[in-house]
Design a protein around this ligand. Structure first.
Ligand SMILES: [Zn+2]
Length: 384
């Protein structure tokens, strides 16, 4: 905190992994099936060798009966699918309510953690952006990303008036804002802009309202900036989404808010933008991708397709995304495709965990959406 002004955070992380504070703790391990599989294979080879030995000797007697029985028993206790899924991660089931991809809205309350990872925005700010109030707090990792992208914005466009106009809100702050709006505008209108206390995205520390405040104090919407396109591009390319976009009020139950951005991490922000889904729809969309079926695969070339879980590792470089339902015990065990880099896991606050795994380089864009994925999108958000 003492050298906050000079802080030069590393480049924006390539994906939504969060290492500190509320980041999800998981254990990655092999299940011992690998060793079992090798022994099984060795037994088969031995049987084959013995068989060939007898065959070549021209003996009528084949392999002895007990050996055959033995091999059948081994097949029954080690089904093929089990043998292939040898890598799992273990996540505390309670973390279903934590992470960059949690859904917080009118019917998904935010679960306040015992220990959060919030930092003061003003104390850490640079000359590349502004903050409306000095008490604002934000998730540490998200602030790092914001610092990094506003530096790029300022260097490439000269726009350094981007202003954080709201960030983290405690339950009490949300109640005050809600009460003020209700008093001024009536409850019906207030509800279109201000979430009920406990149900606001601002509780997460992952959201920020962004405006422009010029040096003379004039406040403007970001749309008024000559660098507007670049602001939107930088936010999206660094993991932020416009959370309440036009045309989605029926789903989000919040009026269009061109100022409210939410951090979801990469490559989710890229996919959300390309598919035109709002966050509620995206979380519903991801339920189509599970360890028992297909994963959503984003190739390094940027193509989005649906690929069988078992084949994710052999589909060329890229990123696989899928959802695993939370278990009933204290720990949820989630399969990971073979050949994946370190997975990133987030709860969805809707009964599941979203796993994002890279195979080699992380894709930097989404260039096309396959017909298979388009068909699923149409079931979630039919276009008319
Ligand atoms: Zn907001």
């Amino acid at each position: 905190m003492n050298n906050g002004q000079n802080r030069r955070p590393e480049a924006a992380p390539a994906r939504s992994k969060r290492k500190r504070g509320r980041s999800l703790k998981y254990v990655r391990r092999r299940d011992g099936l690998n060793a079992g599989y090798i022994i099984f294979a060795a037994v088969i080879v031995l049987i084959l060798a013995v068989s060939l030995f007898f065959i070549f000797r021209g003996k009528a007697a084949g392999p002895s009966a007990p050996e055959q029985t033995g091999s059948e028993t081994a097949e029954q206790t080690l089904p093929e699918t089990e043998a292939r899924r040898e890598t799992f991660i273990e996540v505390p089931t309670a973390d279903v309510a934590a992470g960059d991809l949690i859904l917080v809205n009118y019917d998904h309350a935010y679960v306040f953690p015992e220990k959060d990872d919030l930092v003061n925005v003003y104390e850490n700010k640079t000359d590349d952006f502004k903050v409306a109030y000095s008490y604002y707090m934000m998730d540490r990792h998200v602030l790092d990303v914001l610092i990094s992208l506003t530096r790029e914005l300022s260097e490439t466009t000269g726009e350094d008036d981007l202003t954080v106009n709201s960030a983290y809100r405690s339950l009490e702050e949300q109640r005050q804002i809600y009460d003020e709006y209700t008093e001024t505008w009536g409850e019906e209108t207030a509800k279109l802009y201000v979430a009920d206390p406990g149900y606001s995205e601002h509780h997460t520390g992952l959201a920020a309202d962004l405006t422009l405040v010029r040096d003379d104090g004039t406040a403007l919407p970001i749309l008024q900036s000559a660098a507007y396109d670049e602001i939107i591009r930088l936010l999206r390319d660094n993991g932020f989404i416009l959370r309440y976009p036009e045309g989605k009020k029926e789903v989000t139950r919040i009026e269009t808010e061109p100022w409210h951005f939410r951090y979801v991490g990469l490559p989710h922000s890229l996919i959300i933008e390309k598919t035109g889904l709002c966050f509620e729809e995206y979380i519903a969309f991801l339920k189509n991708f599970t360890p028992d079926g297909n994963v959503l695969f984003l190739s390094t070339g940027g193509r989005l397709s649906s690929v069988p879980f078992e084949e994710a590792g052999s589909s060329g470089g890229g990123c696989a995304i899928y959802r695993a339902a939370a278990g009933t015990g204290d720990v949820t065990k989630i399969p990971v495709p073979d050949g994946a880099d370190e997975p990133s896991v987030s709860g969805d606050n809707d009964g599941g965990f979203i796993v994002t795994v890279n195979f080699g380089a992380s894709p930097a864009r989404v260039t096309g959406v396959g017909d298979d994925v388009s068909a699923i999108i149409k079931t979630i958000a039919p276009s008319d």
